[in-house]
Design a protein around this ligand. Sequence first.
Ligand SMILES: Cc1cc2nc3c(=O)[nH]c(=O)nc-3n(C[C@H](O)[C@H](O)[C@H](O)COP(=O)(O)OP(=O)(O)OC[C@H]3O[C@@H](n4cnc5c(N)ncnc54)[C@H](O)[C@@H]3O)c2cc1C
Length: 433
Amino acid sequence: MPPQRRRPAARERCPASVPLVAAAHPPQVGAPQSCDLAIVGGGIVGLALAREMIRRNPRASVCVLEREAELGAHQSSHNSGVLHAGIYYTPGSLKAQLCVEGARELYRYCEARGIAYERCGKLIVASTSAELPGLRELQRRGAANGVQGLRWIDSVEIEALEPHARGVAALHSPTTGIVDFSAVTRAYADDVLEMGGTVSRGCAVSDARLVGRALRLTHTRGSTEARHVIFCAGAWADRLAVAAGADRSPRIIPVRGAYLRLAPERRHLVRSLIYPVPDPSLPFLGVHLSRDIHGEVLIGPTALIAAARDAYGLRRVRGRDLLDTLLWPGTWRMLARTWRTAATELRHAARPSSLLRVAARYVPELEDAQARPAFAGIRAQALGRDGRLIDDFVVSSTPRALHVRNAPSPAATSSLALARHVADEAERAFGLD
Ligand SMILES: Cc1cc2nc3c(=O)[nH]c(=O)nc-3n(C[C@H](O)[C@H](O)[C@H](O)COP(=O)(O)OP(=O)(O)OC[C@H]3O[C@@H](n4cnc5c(N)ncnc54)[C@H](O)[C@@H]3O)c2cc1C
């Protein structure tokens, strides 16, 4: 823990003795030839769901098929690590309901499993009076969604909570926190194994075909016939849904979010989480400052359409991914509406100093700070044929299967509640016992 880090006494943290990293990955096993339920995708959503399905159906055989050698290798390990309180989301939406419930459950889960977390609180700062109507709308949404303790504060209180931040007003959310979602993902995987499920890594599913009363999944380890399948494939969700007979819309567009890491001697500028008032026309929260569970201060993320669904390096291009984006009518309809934002994002991606300048609007001393590129995550953003960026979680069905077709932020925070929601849908669509 860096010496500059000062914490208000009210903050709630897990005990210092708790390790930051959970159990190691489960041992490598082959994929079963048949099972009652297969879950495709070993990210935080797929593993939370596998855990929930086994709890509800202890006699059913449940397997998770994950294409990478490691679990949670994509969005679940490349994110801001923020346990959201549920402020931003349209009241009545799945996100609003499942984020508020999911955050509460995830805090309890981390406590029970000894996973490091910190209920550090967050500020959403209006830098100018022009942003006040947007901030009021967030306050209205937060109240409607049942977010606990959300408070409107003035510039004096902003400085009391974050001495280096400046703004005309802010919302303070004391229940927002930070956690390492990779550790949560691995803990879910441990639960799945303990309850008798199997997890096969290095098992990329390429096709799904109805064969009698089962779905046959073709994958790199052979094939698995499952009575039912739930696909939780993140950035590849649309491809597997289409292979199983679903509509081509929405398509997944990879949106790269890169972060900068603040130099250690400037970390004291940020105590916890400082966010801007976001652009309401986009499903992203804007460039924010976040202190992660390991004590580093991150600045970002950017939001740039990527040329590959795993474009962790800016130059990675995959022909099929690029064509899927370029040939989708929704891409051009969206760009016709958002080209100004896209141009700004291009600038942020090209020049770290441009990203720092954005953050300096609410923490002025960042203007001349040193920051190095940290890492990037790829958002799996569902985009309709009509160019609409789909904001809410989306679950759809095909014969013998359910598909999680859009699980963007705050799906990691919501994972336990989202798993319950999808499990309820599965019970309605197909029972396992
Ligand atoms: C930059 C960024 C910042 C974010 N910040 C936050 C945050 O602060 N708080 C928050 O709550 N959320 C945040 N999110 C969102 C959150 O990370 C995701 O919503 C969540 O991780 C989605 O989990 P998932 O399991 O659906 O996806 P993933 O973690 O991407 O998992 C999908 C899995 O499916 C596997 N898969 C794909 N295709 C196949 C196949 N054919 N066969 C087998 N397996 C396959 C993949 O390998 C992958 O492991 C952020 C996301 C990004 C990108």
